[in-house]
Design a protein around this ligand. Structure first.
Ligand code: FAD
Length: 429
């Protein structure tokens, strides 16, 4: 990556000033008001993608594969990718961390420019992205930064959040897994809190409950998973999860529906709820969620960002596509599958647009979803949805299917689903 150092810029500036091009104070003013450029522009159209997760990596790679003449810049704050889908298998000790982790080598081999920087804000009027490494100009921008936690929704949480990894964003699982390993020795109450929707991966917390109970049962830990659910029942695959809880983990899991947390008292190791206080030895509290901060700083939405249904263009700016969990005004669940399929669709639409097709002539395409959940080390259940656009009603129609009967065949299909998508995102072209 060609980067111009600050010292080089200062040297050039000093030389220009000495040559009389700029006088001292004017130069200083010029220098500080002109931000450093991270990548100089070429004549190629440039698509900048923010977030190298399920949505962002997919769209970046597919635009470049379909239109090599386009400059595609993927900006991601982390050097490597870790999958949240299947991460409950890592927490339970069924799969190693390495199974979930990929690097961007093959994405870069395809010609995508990978920039490991954090995006600080987006200046829509100037079509600039400000990163920790300098500014990036764009012709089209894809925003896929995933979610943030609303710790403030649970009084007492924000002050101790560094002690309580949530494990709903990549890499937080490592600290959580260490805590679970220590919990094996002490045992006690392992409290898992599930917030009201919308949040990332509706069935994810219920799968985690089952896999943590599986862990306690197989290791013979003297402890119990206490699930405090703000919802009246599991918000996806309820019969399948409740059957697993009752039939497989009666002595290892207690499920409490309609139980909202009102406060956390970390010092006393107590979770306060509308139904009474619950003591814990270890707590994994999943807070309510919102779109990543950039959505708000760029003025693209409040809690979530809205798309121009049935497209993925921002309601506010037709040079910006929104992808993955940040979207608020569609029935799509916040899932890796939706982010991945939407990434494929958006890539196709961007390529058509850059080849000169007017926006009004680009046909809409909608994603589909399938979400597997493991309930033990081998068996899984699933739910799926197909989305279509009803032009007459101007609405998205949803057609769902579910399999609440846990089976090994579903478990094998789940592994095939994950490895197939990871391979498409990160494997050789
Ligand atoms: C426990 C669990 C289980 C799950 N199971 C499934 C499943 O079985 N099936 C399924 O389909 N989905 C599942 N999901 C959901 C899935 O992980 C998310 O829906 C998916 O990751 C969303 O993709 P995304 O691209 O929106 O965000 P992400 O994949 O989170 O990517 C966002 C990326 O943006 C980067 N980023 C954020 N801000 C910045 C910034 N300012 N500058 C630079 N980079 C930034 C982040 O580092 C991250 O890499 C699960 C989630 C969890 C937590």
């Amino acid at each position: 990556m060609a980067k111009v150092s600050r010292r080089q810029v200062l040297k050039t500036g000093a030389a220009l000033a000495a040559a009389g091009t700029l006088s001292g104070p004017v130069f200083a003013q010029e220098f500080y008001s002109r931000p450093p450029t991270l990548l100089p522009r070429t004549r190629a159209p440039r698509v900048v993608v923010i977030g190298g997760g399920w949505g962002g990596t997919t769209v970046a790679r597919k635009v470049k594969q379909q239109a090599p003449e386009v400059e595609v810049v993927l900006v991601e704050q982390k050097p490597i990718f870790m999958s949240c889908p299947m991460s409950n298998l890592f927490l339970a000790g069924v799969k190693p961390l390495e199974w979930l982790v990929f690097d961007y080598t093959n994405v870069v081999k395809d010609g995508v420019i990978f920039v490991q920087e954090k995006v600080l804000d987006i200046q829509r009027d100037r079509r600039l992205v400000r990163t920790t490494g300098g500014y990036l100009a764009y012709d089209l921008l894809v925003l896929a930064p995933g979610i943030d936690y609303m710790y403030e929704a649970i009084p007492g949480y924000d002050e101790v959040k560094h002690l309580m990894p949530v494990g709903f964003k990549p890499f937080e699982h490592i600290a959580l897994r260490h805590m679970l390993d220590r919990f094996d020795e002490t045992g006690g109450e392992l409290v898992l809190y599930i917030p009201p929707p919308p949040y990332r991966c509706p069935p994810g917390p219920y799968e985690r409950a089952a896999m943590l109970a599986w862990r306690l049962k197989t290791k013979g830990v003297k402890g119990k998973v206490i699930v405090l659910d703000a919802n009246p029942q599991p918000i996806a695959k309820a019969p399948g999860f409740l059957a697993a809880y009752n039939e497989l983990y009666k002595d290892y899991l207690e499920y409490h529906p309609n139980t909202r947390i009102t406060r956390l008292d970390y010092g006393k190791k107590l979770v306060l709820t509308e139904l009474g206080d619950v003591p814990f030895s270890l707590a994994n509290l999943i807070p309510p969620m919102k779109a990543g901060e950039l959505v708000r700083t760029a003025g693209l939405g409040e809690r979530w960002a809205n798309v121009r249904v049935p497209y993925f263009l921002s309601e506010k700016d037709d040079r910006i596509y929104l992808l993955g969990d940040i979207i608020g005004n569609t029935p799509y669940p916040k899932s890796g599958m939706v982010a991945y399929v939407s990434g494929t669709i958006v890539a196709q639409q961007i390529v058509e647009r850059l080849k000169g097709k007017p926006l009004s002539e680009i046909a809409p395409a909608l994603p589909q979803n399938i979400c597997y959940s493991f309930v033990d080390s081998e068996e899984a259940i699933w739910v799926s949805a197909n989305y279509s656009w009803d032009e007459a009603a101007k609405q998205i129609k949803t057609q769902s299917a579910v399999d609440n009967q846990r089976s090994q065949a579903n478990g094998i299909a789940a592994i095939g689903w994950a490895t197939g998508i990871w391979n498409d995102m990160f494997g050789p072209a």
